[in-house]
Design a protein around this ligand. Sequence first.
Ligand code: ADP
Length: 230
Amino acid sequence: MVELKNVSVRYESTGVEALSDVSLKVEDGEFAFVIGRSGAGKSTLIKLLLKELDANSGKVYVNGYDLTKLKKRKVPEFRRTVGVVFQDYRLIDTMTVYENIAFVLRVIDAPKKQIRKRVPYVMSLVGLQDKADCYPSELSGGEQQRCALARALVNDPALLIADEPTGNVDPELAYELVELLQGINACGTTILMVTHAHEMVRHFGGRIINISEGEVVFDEVIGGAEVEAE
Ligand code: ADP
């Protein structure tokens, strides 16, 4: 669950108000696209939801945590409830697909048995079961993207944030990724996907949150292209 109540974020260095009095709520199990031009405030929103940034005013709740009150020592515990797929994937070049994914569980001292079970499961979820021993450089762009997705899912996060995950792949793969995310969403994971690909958003439809100059200017559920065609 994500809830922002009258949130404003200002960067002190430039005085820019990146988010201005933003209120929005994304319920557990929802799938929402976040769209908006470059500089609209999308990255600021993501940083806020990961507690990489604090709001200057307002309240931020994510997965039952009140981020405006969250103690520093509780931040790692909170972050484990959120999975993130970054635009540039951020895979570790010297680790195989299996190791890249397992690493997330190793750093939190997860039991070996859990790692042996969970890693193959998420690899098969994204269709990478045959690539376990490959290094990122041996993967296609789409496979790297799915590896990043598997890594984001290995903790079984309640919320998955995807930051322009389709930015570096061709349109066909981008559509496949959204379909994959929809399947993951159908199993209960809340998904926020930030994207520039407005055409793709129109194709799929669903909840669209449009941010412009730090404000939510549109927040509605729209029908997809298939619906329009009927
Ligand atoms: P988007 O992700 O939609 O492109 P951002 O959230 O990155 O937008 O930026 C929103 C606004 O905040 C922009 O005007 C940008 O220049 C400004 N901004 C972003 N990051 C910083 C920063 N670290 N310091 C100062 N200003 C920033």
